[in-house]
Structure formats: C-alpha cells, structure tokens
Design a protein around this ligand. Sequence first.
Ligand SMILES: Nc1ncnc2c1ncn2[C@@H]1O[C@H](COP(=O)(O)OP(=O)(O)OP(=O)(O)O)[C@@H](O)[C@H]1O
Length: 461
Amino acid sequence: MTDIWIADDDRGVRFVLAEALRDAGHAVREFSTGDAVRAALTEGHPDLLVTDVRMPGEDGLRLLEELTRRNIGPVIVMSAYTDVATTAAAYRAGAADYIAKPFDLDLAVEAVERALAAAREAVVVPATRAETHALLGESPAMREVFRLIGRVAASDLNVLITGETGTGKELVARALHDESARRGKPYVALNTAAIPSELLESELFGHEAGAFTGATRRHAGRFEQADGGTLFLDEIGDMPLALQTRLLRVLAGGEFYRVGGRELMHGNVRIVAATHQDLEARVAAGLFRADLKHRLDVVRIALPSLRDRRADIPLLAKHFLAQAAAELNLPPKRFSRGAMKLIEQREYPGNVRELENLCRRLAVIAPGVEIQASDLGGVAVGQPRGTEWTEALRAWAQDALARNEPDIHTRAREALDKTLLHVALIANDGHRQHAAAALGVGRNTLTRKLGASRKRRPAKD
Ligand SMILES: Nc1ncnc2c1ncn2[C@@H]1O[C@H](COP(=O)(O)OP(=O)(O)OP(=O)(O)O)[C@@H](O)[C@H]1O
C-alpha cells in the first residue's frame, strides 16, 4: 500500500482529501503542522507528501526542500496563494505538482496518482546517488569486487550477483548501472520475493486494461519501464518456475507481450540479477531452470560476508553513524575506542545492513557525543529494545488522538501487519508457509492479510 501524508492546518481540507485518497486505496496520515511532519520523518517517510504552503511553524516549502534534499518524495504543494513567486518557488524546490486551493477533489486525486506513477516509472537513480549509494570498502575482497564492477559495467553482459543477505547486492547493481553507458536511462528494480507470484508476471511484463479482475488500466511492466536501461531482478532464486520459462523466452528473443495484450513489445534491457541462495543447488533440486541460470550468470560477482572482511567494519560504522546523524538531524557522534572494539568483534548475521541498523540505533539512543562500550549493552543483541518501537507507537497514538484523527486502531494494526508480513516474507525467501510459521500465525491468516493489503492496491508492490 502506498503511504501518503497530508499536511494542512485546515482540518476540513485534510479530511476530504484523506477520505478521497483512502477510497483510492492508499494509506493516509494527516498532520496539522509542518513540525509534526518533521517529527514523523525521524521514524519513517511517506511515498508521497501533499502539503499546504502556509502553516503555523514550519511551512510547506521548507518541508519540500527537506524532502527533496533527502530524496524522499514526490511532494505535491497546495496553496490558496497562486502567485507566480510561490508557484515558481515550489517547482524550483522540486515539487512534483502544484494544486491551487480551492481544488476539485477528483483532480487532486488524479494529481497524486500521476505523481506516484511518474515516481514509479522513473526509478532513475538521482544525481546525488554517488554519495548516498557509495559502496565502501578497503579490504582485498571488496577491492576485487570494485575491480570486477569496473571491468563489466561498460559491457552489456548480464550479471549475477551472489552474497548473503545485507552484503550490498543491490548497491552493486546500482553501481553497475551508474558506471555503464546506460546511466542516463532508467534503473528499475524488482524484488521477486516481495511480490505475490500471481502478480509477478504483470509486474514484469505489464498488462492491458481488463486482462484480469482488478486490472482497470493499462500498466507498463518493469521491462517496459527499464527500456534502454537496467532491470535489477532481486531474489531471482525465488522466481516461480512458470515465470522462469517466460523470462527465459524474453531474454532469448528480446520480445514479449503484456498480459492480455496482442502488441509485440521489444525491449533493450540489461539484466542484473541477484540471489542469496545457492543457485546451483536450486538447479540440482529442479527448482531453477539451468538454461535461465546460464543466461543470467554470464558474469558473476560474489559479495563477501562482513565476517570475511572485518577490516572494513570501522570505516562502515563511522560512515553509518555520520549518515544517521545527518539524516535524522541529530548532533554528530563518535565512537570511543572501547565501543569500536566491541563493534569490530560482534557477529553480524545480517551483514552490512545489521551493522548499519546498529549504528542508526546508537545515533538515536546513545546519550553522549562519544558512544561508550556500555551504550552497546542494550543494543548489542542486534534487536531493537522492546520499548523503542512501543515508545514510537505511543507518541504516534497521542499525536493522532490529539488531532482527532479517524481509524487510529485500524491504521496502527495495518501498519503492524504490513511491517511484520514484509519482514517475514523477505526473511523466508517469499515462502508464505515459512513466513507464517515464523510469525506464529496460520498460513490462512497470512494469506488473508496479504490479500487485504493487495486488494487496496492491485498489481503494485
Ligand atoms: N559496501 C557497502 N558500503 C556501504 N553501504 C553498504 C555496503 N554494503 C551494503 N551497504 C548498505 O547495507 C544495506 C544493505 O545493502 P543491500 O540492500 O544492497 O544488500 P543486499 O545484499 O541486496 O540485501 P538482501 O539480499 O537482503 O536484499 C544498505 O543500506 C546498503 O546501503
């Protein structure tokens, strides 16, 4: 489900817009001040923000600037002041659209859908990517990875990236795109495991209106979106066999049809695939087509686990701590020698992602400017302390109650379900039965909940 935030001090405007967007299948959060949005940004971010310009405290344009700087968005600005200066300032600061008040509700919802579609279609990596997605590492193992990326990026060869979870496979895929001649074209990513198998085909190849129940509009698939650029297929090992056959045909012929379509589509797409699984074992078990593996596995980049490149831990930890402080608007912190020693010695089954999460938590919860070894006590087990998220929930609920927001319980429950399901599916390679077992719910419950969130937003991830 898409998370849309609305910021407006006019309760009436918020209410009608939120209702219309919920009817259109989105999850909506309402804020009466820019300051409340800023506070919420420390815990998460929306897929799209609609904001008024003039509000008490922080105004909408400042919010827009902040979100653009942090590469969160799109942002739609609305205002009763339609003078050229305000409108131009909004666009200059990166607004996706500008809505003059009072507005036609249908047109406003359309503007939101348009901005979301544009953002989805143009998953082009932003100009600042070099800093935000920088692949760090000085260890011999990472130097070898950098060398390989440099050598194959310029070619059009398909690349298979392997490595445990959290080792940076997606970053490598982006780097391959950024360093190639395709860099000005779209980079489109699809996580095969995160999308229900029955929707995968239309996600990849698109569909025509009426191709199946719920397909109300023509939808461009990722192949079409990535034309001229790079398509990153994450968790390729989880792709259902039937779709593997279809993908193989497309890779061999370079042509495909949309689901329910008759027009033959031609794509010029470079495929970068990734998996944390042993693809050879999956082939041997009959779960992965050998011929497809052969096509994808032209060049292989194997990412080392963090335990195989411990020398990189201090560099990464300092980087993540500084990044978290900058993103969350917190004062910069540093590690004491004792704290760094503990960090270097820890085990990271979740690899770089786990180290990153640890540093983010330390940036928030360590009380002093210098992080002490003792600060690691509460977070050393790699899990958030039970109170951290319930505290965040408490603050959110108090805020929502104070603003008389509707459906607080439903929205909280949906957010909880969505988070747990997503994490469990990813952790279990998209295997629903395993995910359900890991969460301690029945498979039917899981399917129902998945169905509920899908019903609100068909054929999207
Ligand atoms: N070498 C690196 N330098 C800087 N950051 C890194 C590096 N490797 C990984 N990261 C960070 O760690 C996190 C996980 O990386 P990424 O999503 O690329 O891993 P992945 O291997 O694709 O994981 P999964 O298999 O679980 O999808 C990201 O936030 C990424 O920015």
